[in-house]
Write a protein that binds this ligand. Structure first.
Ligand SMILES: Cc1cc2nc3c(=O)[nH]c(=O)nc-3n(C[C@H](O)[C@H](O)[C@H](O)COP(=O)(O)OP(=O)(O)OC[C@H]3O[C@@H](n4cnc5c(N)ncnc54)[C@H](O)[C@@H]3O)c2cc1C
Length: 337
C-alpha cells in the first residue's frame, strides 16, 4: 500500500475528504491546489487583520451520516444563531455546524499527511503507460501518479477531462450559479443583536455576523459581517464592477439595520461557480482503464453535503479498484511525492 500514489486536484471539502480516506489506509496522496490555502468554496480569508469565512458559512447536515461525521470531528462546533428575516421578523432557530476558528480549518486538518502543492493550477491530465500525468497550466510536467482524482467545479473540470469525453460532457451540463459576497469590518457594534438575516429580499440572500461565530475574533474591528447576494441578483450582476456591487449590498444592509454603519474595511468577492445544479444521477465518475476519477458537488448531489457524499462514495470505490490494480501491476511507484 505504501507504494500507491494518488493525485487529488483541488483542496475543497470533496478533495480533502477523499484525501483523508486514502491517507488513513496508507496511500501517498499529492494534492494540487491553484490557491494558496485550502477550503475552496469553504475558504476563509483576510479582511485587514481579521479572518472572515468568504464561502459557505457553515454546514446544515441533512443525513445522519454527515451529521455524525461532523459531530465526531475535533474542530467542528454546533451553533444556533439568533435568526430573523430581512424585515426583522423572528424566525425559528437553525442548528448548524462549523469549523473553529475558521471554516478552512476543517480542510487543512483533513489534508494533514498529504503532500500539499499550493499555488499549483493544473492545466492537463492524461493517461500514460506509467499511470496518469499531471501538467501545470503553463505546460510544465508536475508528476505521474497511479491515479488522478479531479474535484474542481464543473467548468474547470470539463477542461481537465479532455482525455475522457464522456466525463467532460457530464461536466459541461452541470449548471453553475454565481454569488457575490461582501465582507465588512465595522468600527462600532451594530445595535441589532441578530447573528443571521435571511429570507426573501430583492438583493440579499443572507447577512451573517461572522465575528460572533464560535471561535472567531473581529480582529481590529468591533465586529465583522458577511453579506451574500441572492443567486438571481448575482447572476444579473455577474459582470458588474465590484465597487458598485459592494456599494449596492451595503446600502441594502444599512436599510435592514436601520442605522448608519461605520465601515472601517470592506472586501468584495465574486464566486463564479458558488453552487451547481446537479448534472445527473452518478455519485462520482471513475474510469478504471485510465484511472481518472471525479467527485464534487455537481454530480448526483449538490452543496457541501453533496461534495462530502460524492467523495466518500468514490473513496469506497477506489479502495477496492486501486487495490486490484496494484496487485496485478508491475509498476513500482515508490519515491513519487
Ligand atoms: C458564498 C457561498 C455560500 C455557500 N453556501 C452554502 C450553503 O449554505 N450550504 C451548502 O450546502 N453549500 C453552500 N455553498 C456551496 C459549497 O461551498 C460547495 O458546494 C462545496 O464547498 C463544494 O466543495 P468541493 O470540494 O466540491 O469544491 P470546491 O470547494 O470548489 O473545491 C475545488 C478546489 O479546486 C481548486 N481548483 C479549481 N481548478 C483547479 C485547477 N485547475 N488546478 C488546481 N486546483 C484547482 C479550487 O481552487 C478549489 O479549492 C456555498 C458556496 C459559496 C461560494
Amino acid at each position: 500500500m505504501r507504494h500507491q500514489s494518488v493525485a487529488v486536484i483541488g483542496a475543497g471539502l470533496a478533495g480533502a475528504t477523499l484525501t483523508q480516506r486514502l491517507l488513513e489506509v496508507g496511500y501517498q496522496v499529492t494534492v494540487y491546489e491553484k490557491s494558496r490555502g485550502t477550503g475552496g468554496r469553504q475558504a476563509s480569508s483576510g479582511l485587514a487583520e481579521a479572518t472572515v469565512d468568504f464561502g459557505a458559512p457553515w454546514f446544515e447536515p441533512v443525513s445522519d451520516k454527515f451529521r455524525n461525521w461532523l459531530e465526531d470531528r475535533p474542530e467542528i462546533r454546533r451553533f444556533i444563531p439568533p435568526h430573523r428575516d430581512f424585515t426583522g421578523l423572528k424566525l425559528d432557530p437553525i442548528s448548524v455546524y462549523l469549523a473553529s476558528p475558521k471554516q478552512s480549518t476543517l480542510t487543512r486538518n483533513l489534508l494533514e499527511g498529504a503532500v500539499f502543492c499550493s499555488s499549483s493550477r493544473v492545466g492537463k491530465v492524461y493517461p500514460c503507460p506509467e499511470g496518469v500525468t499531471v501538467e501545470s497550466d503553463s505546460g510544465q510536467l508536475l508528476n505521474t501518479h497511479q491515479a488522478v482524482i479531479i474535484t474542481t467545479p464543473a467548468l474547470q473540470a470539463e477542461v481537465l477531462l479532455s482525455a475522457i469525453p464522456r466525463f467532460a460532457e457530464v461536466a459541461k451540463f452541470a449548471e453553475s450559479i454565481p454569488a457575490w459576497v461582501v465582507a465588512l469590518g465595522l468600527r462600532r457594534r451594530a445595535r441589532k443583536s441578530v447573528e443571521l438575516f435571511s429570507g426573501r429580499h430583492p438583493l440579499l440572500a443572507r447577512a451573517i455576523r461572522d465575528s460572533n461565530k464560535p471561535g472567531r475574533s473581529a480582529g481590529p474591528f468591533a465586529e465583522t459581517w458577511l453579506l451574500e447576494a441572492n443567486p438571481q441578483w448575482s447572476e444579473a450582476h455577474r459582470d458588474s464592477d465590484p465597487k458598485q456591487v459592494g456599494a449596492d449590498l451595503i446600502k441594502a444592509f444599512q436599510a435592514i439595520m436601520e442605522e448608519p454603519l461605520e465601515i472601517a474595511a470592506l472586501r468584495t468577492h465574486r464566486w463564479l461557480y458558488a453552487r451547481h445544479r446537479s448534472a445527473g444521477s452518478e455519485e462520482y465518475l471513475w474510469c478504471p482503464e485510465n484511472r481518472i476519477g471525479v467527485c464534487s458537488d455537481w454530480l448526483r448531489w449538490t452543496g457541501s453535503e453533496g461534495a462530502w457524499l460524492s467523495a466518500n462514495h468514490l473513496a469506497d470505490k477506489l479502495l477496492t479498484s486501486l487495490k486490484t490494480f496494484s496487485s496485478h501491476s508491475s509498476i513500482n511507484l515508490d519515491g513519487l511525492p
